[in-house]
Design a protein. Structure first.
Length: 150
């Protein structure tokens, strides 16, 4: 019984350490600023995104990675914080922006489209893009291995 309990504790601690390491190793840089980043690279994580979050720290972001480049649109259903939504092409150059996008208060929620095909979409706290001086054509650097995208 003690051996089972010890094994369970070790598995739990190892799982927590692995999760923390995976979260900590991902970051993006944009216009000279670095943001810790959560990745959304499959349909389920892209669909959930930043839903139900009551805050988003100023130095944090979510990067949505798609398997292809095409026109994208996002909506704010169940997203409780205003965001800047930045659309990047296959070469990770900023192609389009939707700034200061408010949370959706009632259905139907509006959608916020890209002006050009995008493979990467970065969500930042509202006002961040303007504050750091982001401009069309700026490059996005991804730190860490994105891995398989589905």
């Amino acid at each position: 019984m003690k051996l089972f309990l010890l094994a369970s504790i070790l598995i739990a601690v190892t799982g927590c350490a692995t999760t923390a390491a995976q979260t900590a190793e991902f970051a993006v840089s944009l216009h000279g600023h670095r943001f810790s980043t959560e990745l959304a690279k499959d349909d389920a994580s892209r669909e959930h995104g930043l839903m139900m979050r009551t805050q988003l720290p100023a130095d944090h972001s979510m990067l949505f990675v798609f398997p292809d480049s095409q026109p994208r649109w996002f909506w704010m259903k169940n997203t409780l914080v205003p965001l800047d939504i930045l659309y990047f092409d296959t070469d990770r150059k900023l192609a389009s922006m939707q700034l200061n996008v408010p949370p959706c208060k009632a259905d139907p929620c509006p959608s916020y489209p890209s002006d050009a095909p995008a493979r990467y979409v970065l969500e930042l706290p509202a006002g961040t893009a303007r504050r750091i001086g982001v401009q069309a054509g700026d490059g996005l650097t991804i730190e860490g291995d994105v891995g398989t995208v589905r």
